[in-house]
Design a protein around this ligand. Structure first.
Ligand code: KIV
Ligand code: ZN
Length: 385
């Protein structure tokens, strides 16, 4: 089974979420947890963007030992110098250079011809190779770049010495088939393509970032990029915990392993949410508060008979303590009796029936009932029920 590298950009693309600003100490704390989680590359920031981010990248590189630490960089010497200044003491330094290649970016943002873009990309990679053992190149907005031109870009950066070619779907525009097909085309049409690692980087503007990342993995990429809790510019990046758990849960389908320790996922998600101030939606896959909660009586009954009736992942696998059976108006007698027994009340069938009727009345008025509500119910005198 092949192993796909996990490139975490929570501290760079994730920090580009509107309103998020992480201090150096916060970046270091998250980076150490990402290392425990088992990611292969930590993109710690964009060293040239501010003195604060440069020192954050440096500090992350100082404490991280197992993962490679990368800085983002524009395709210009002063950015590459700033990245090297931050990373020269790192155990495994890497640089991630980007330059836009799509027609809209070339015409309106860069005001450059295709030839100028090719020259700048090659020049930047050659310059970075003088310092960095690992140079990753991203043709920004690759998803909307003409495939012929994308192949030319790939060709020149590979000749210039790039080690990783990342294909960002910068604006989350592509469908899974289209995104996978880019990798197929690159493999067929770029002679030196086997000399680089291919990497996927997807944004979630159409809610397809995880699906596109998985399609790229099926198309054979060596690395996948994303952020914890799916945070990032606009609608965010591919949620790494979702990508990883899809690979883990459907291993026989994907035939791919990662170095991630799933039991660290919940802790990592909570830390990122706390330090970025971005709450995790309750219905978010894998890490949402409801991801392992069941409310309907039919589901609860099934779960009490066999956990796999309504769960494809055990909560403990990703670091949560246990499945939650939430008692509300859809809940059934089975879950109600179980919870009372857990709370220390073993009651006759007749008493359970009476309390259950009362519970349903209360549940119509409250969204969900707490253990305290159930205790109050069980403690009521017989006559009151
Ligand atoms: O989405 C994107 O294009 C990026 C680049 C900087 C690689 O994050
Ligand atoms: Zn991005």
């Amino acid at each position: 089974m092949r192993t796909v590298q996990i490139f975490d950009t929570t501290l760079r693309d994730g920090e580009q979420s509107p309103g998020v600003n992480l201090s150096t100490e916060e970046k270091v704390e998250i980076a150490l947890q990402l290392e425990r989680l088992g990611v292969n590359v930590i993109e710690a920031g964009f060293a040239a963007s501010s003195p604060g981010d440069q020192s954050a990248v440096r500090e992350v590189a100082r404490v991280v030992t197992d993962a490679s630490v990368a800085s983002l960089s524009r395709a210009v010497p002063q950015d590459i110098d700033a990245a090297w200044e931050a990373l020269k003491e790192a155990k495994q330094p890497a640089i991630h250079i980007f330059l836009a290649t799509s027609p809209i970016h070339r015409e309106y943002k860069l005001r450059k011809t295709k030839e100028q873009v090719l020259e700048q990309a090659a020049e930047a990679v050659r310059y970075a190779k003088r310092f960095f053992p690992v140079v990753e190149f991203s043709p920004e907005d690759a998803g909307r770049t003409e495939i012929d031109f994308l192949c030319e870009v790939a060709d020149v950066v590979i000749r210039a010495g790039a080690d990783v070619l990342n294909i960002p779907d910068t604006v989350g525009y592509l469908t899974p088939d289209e995104y996978a097909n880019i990798f197929v085309q690159l493999r067929e049409r770029v002679p030196g393509i086997d000399r680089v690692k291919l990497s996927a980087h997807c944004h979630d503007d159409l809610g397809l970032a995880v699906a596109n990342s998985l399609a790229a993995i099926r198309a054979g990429v060596d690395q996948v990029e994303g952020a914890i809790n799916g945070i990032g510019e606009r609608a965010g990046n591919a949620a790494l915990e979702e990508v990883v758990m899809a690979l883990y849960t459907r291993q026989s389908y994907y035939q791919v392993a990662t170095t991630i320790r799933p039991a660290e996922i919940a802790r990592t998600s909570r830390l990122v949410s706390k330090l970025t101030g971005m709450p995790v939606p309750a219905n978010k896959a894998i890490v949402g508060a409801n991801a392992f909660a069941h409310e309907s009586g039919i589901h609860q009954d099934g779960m009490l008979k066999h956990q796999e009736t309504y769960e494809i992942i055990r909560p403990e696998t990703v670091g949560f303590s246990q499945t939650k059976l939430v008692l509300g108006k859809h809940s059934g007698r089975h879950a109600f009796r179980e919870r009372l027994e857990t709370l220390g009340y073993t009651l006759s069938e007749e008493r359970i029936n009476a309390l259950f009727a009362r519970f349903k009345e209360l549940a119509d008025r409250k969204k969900s009932l707490t253990d305290e509500d159930l205790i109050a119910l069980a403690e009521e005198k017989h006559g009151e029920v």
